[in-house]
Design a protein around this ligand. Structure first.
Ligand SMILES: Cc1ncc(C[n+]2csc(CCOP(=O)(O)OP(=O)(O)O)c2C)c(N)n1
Length: 641
């Protein structure tokens, strides 16, 4: 990370009051410093560059206008809060951003007294701010509560639930709508087109002027009519601007304002902060502002890995490397949709992240981006399924958490053919605790009618996608972030074999112990078994379970009959996970070791704690689910630890 000169303004800021004392000129300099540090850090360690660059001036104006030593500032998603981190005493640790034991990529209650709410998932800020406003009022305090939410995050039902109640309660709070017309990709939905009506704002102004002079020209009564019309100006204005929507929620609407003009922003915030009821300030910003590559390609620079800071280019990897699971999912859906016109791909604001952007190109009429609305995506898919379609709901494991009731009530209870493809299942690395997809097995495996599978490699992912879509009821496939072991996916000209329902495969036989592994843990289990043979002379079998539900019961029972030491391995939480399913089966059959001739089971998985950020490799090692962890579990099982 760039070392700032000790004379730089940023180096002198340790808390919000330092910023509040600065002049407009100094704030402009500070904006330059902030951008330099953010670009530098992201170019080295990756991160949410474009969102953070877009709110530099907005952040400074909030710091200047509000008293952030007392007032509470809440960031929605929190991926845009790098300037906020830098202004609240975290400059020295900024080089550790998103790294193991370093500072988080998102605001965290535990990280700073100025982070008032932990975030990572979107659209929570209005509800959280309202709760804080009520808490303040009940405690007889009088500080302000300000939330900053993007236009993408505003599309979620949760945001509207917050607005709805906030307008009704009428408590003093400010919502800043950061409108850059982007989610990760271009923002979608009717709200987004409504907000963009701001562009036509000069037209109504002109219309109003013309209308007024026409009224005045009416003999005798014209002047009175013009006066009456001017009194009604507010309602006329709101009729033609996005204010109409927020005023209907009983917010005082102010805007739209240029979100890069610090002076105007400060003016508006100064006015807004004296209001004693809910206000919404509509701010227009450019995502990636101040860094040409990010301004030109804000989707790519939304969340990036390292890049050349001068050019924005990513150093090419030699040989290209294997395809990511995300790419394999997208390509498989596209190829299956060629011959099956019932397949509809659905994403919740993540076409690139889920690999469905290629589906958007190849089958635009059967591609739907619902916005950041995961619960709606699931019920919408359920509706489609009632009409004989086969929706492919492509959502990250962590974000599908929001849709639990829709999965149970709308999909599985009605046994509808909705297919869930859960990307980023397992530890995702630098995005940390809010983004790890470690709960999906536990929140899915107890739901009746659902089939739940996880592939060991890319080829098996393609087969499982085909299998899910061929099943009549609901199915889910979970697969990890990034690249797999590099297994060749069958060519488009070759048919995709289906995976036999509830059948695993024995990949390696043995005599001393068996590892029953799921998904991303299958290859590390094979490596562990090999290492145990090479180093300890142990003979360890490895079984790829493939299915969490229906569990390959007969095969597992057969293994339990042959091996007295069983180790299960999964990249998900232990509580209620895959290993628990194996334990339940064995307990129900009376095969656990308290019975004569029973077997002992050790489970490898994520312990009952939130896992922080770091590289996936570091984190897997830390929680003991990597090759070494599996090996250690087998050694402990056979009494050689
Ligand atoms: C519930 C949930 N779904 C998806 C995401 C992934 N995500 C992170 S930021 C983002 C776009 C947010 O858009 P906006 O609020 O307009 O902020 P911007 O990035 O444009 O500043 C998305 C979809 C998320 N964080 N939370």
């Amino acid at each position: 990370m760039t070392d700032l000169l000790p004379t730089s303004l940023l180096a002198r800021v340790t808390r919000p009051s330092d910023v509040a004392r600065m002049s407009l000129d100094e704030l402009a300099h500070l904006a330059v410093d902030l951008r330099r540090v953010i670009i530098d850090q992201c170019s080295e360690g990756g991160g949410h560059l474009a969102p953070s660059l877009g709110v530099v001036e907005l952040t400074l104006a909030l710091y200047k206008a509000f008293d952030l030593e007392r007032d509470k500032l809440i960031w929605d998603v929190g991926h845009q809060a790098y300037a906020h981190k830098l202004l609240t005493g975290r400059l020295a640790r900024f080089g550790t951003l998103r790294q193991m034991d370093g500072i988080s990529g998102f605001p965290r209650l535990s990280e700073s007294p100025y982070d008032h709410f932990g975030v990572g998932h979107s659209s929570t800020s209005i509800s959280a701010a309202l709760g804080m406003a009520m808490g303040r009022d009940l405690a007889g305090l009088d500080h302000r509560v300000v939330s900053v939410i993007g236009d993408g995050s505003m599309t979620a039902g949760l945001a509207f639930e917050g607005l709805n109640q906030a307008g009704d309660m009428g408590r003093k709070m400010v919502v800043v709508l950061n409108d850059n017309e982007m989610s990760i990709s271009k923002n979608v939905g009717a709200l987004s087109s409504f907000l963009s009506r701001k562009l036509s704002r000069p037209a109504p102004q002109r219309f109003k002027r013309e209308f007024e002079s026409w009224l005045k020209s009416i003999p005798r009564i014209g002047m009175d009519l013009a006066m009456y019309a001017r009194r009604s100006e507010d309602s006329l204005k709101s009729f033609f601007t996005p204010g109409m929507l927020f005023e209907a929620f009983r917010f005082t609407y102010v805007g739209p304002i240029d979100g890069h003009d610090i002076a105007s922003l400060i003016d508006v915030f100064e006015q807004t902060k004296s209001m004693d009821r809910p206000a919404l300030v509509h701010v227009l910003t450019k995502k990636g502002r101040g860094y040409k590559p990010a301004e030109t390609n804000p989707t790519y620079f939304h969340g990036v890995g390292s890049f050349e800071p001068e050019t924005g280019l990513v150093p090419a990897k030699p040989g290209g490397g294997p395809k990511s699971y995300t790419e394999v999912l997208g390509e498989t859906l596209c190829r299956l949709a060629e011959s099956d016109e019932k397949i509809v791909a659905i994403t919740a604001a993540m076409p690139e992240g889920t690999g469905t952007d290629c589906f958007r190109l190849s089958h635009p009429e059967r591609f739907v981006d619902v916005g950041i609305c995961e619960p709606h995506a699931v019920t919408f898919a359920a509706g489609l399924a009632t009409q004989g379609f086969k929706p492919a709901v492509c959502i990250y494991s962590t974000f599908l958490q929001r849709s639990y009731d829709q999965i149970v009530h709308d999909v599985c209870l009605q046994n509808l053919n909705v297919n869930f493809f859960l990307d980023r299942a397992g530890l995702v690395g630098e995005d940390g605790a809010t983004h790890h997809g470690v709960f999906d097995i536990a929140y899915l495996r107890h739901v009746p009618n659902l089939t739940l599978m996880s592939p060991k490699d890319e080829a098996e992912l393609a087969q499982m996608v085909a299998t899910a879509l061929a099943l009549p009821g609901p199915a889910a496939v979970r697969y990890p972030r990034g690249v797999g072991p590099g297994a060749d996916v069958p060519l488009v000209s070759e048919p995709l074999e289906l995976v036999p329902l509830g059948q695993g495969e024995l990949l390696r036989d043995g005599a001393d112990a068996v590892i029953i592994a799921l998904g991303s843990r299958v290859y590390p289990a094979l490596e562990a078994a090999q290492a145990l043979e090479d180093e300890q002379g142990l003979s360890v079998a490895v079984f790829n379970a493939r299915f969490v539900k229906p569990l390959p019961e007969a095969q597992i029972l057969e293994l339990a009959g042959r091996f007295s030491h069983i180790v299960t391995a999964e990249e998900g939480c232990l509580a209620g996970g895959f290993g628990s399913a194996v334990l339940e089966l064995l307990a129900d059959q009376g095969l656990l070791s308290c019975n004569a001739g029973g077997c002992q089971v050790r489970r490898v998985g994520i312990p009952d704690q939130f896992v922080e950020h770091g590289t996936s490799k570091q984190l897997r090692a830390k929680v003991g689910i990597d090759r070494a962890g599996i090996k250690a579990a087998v050694l402990a099982a056979v009494g050689k630890a």
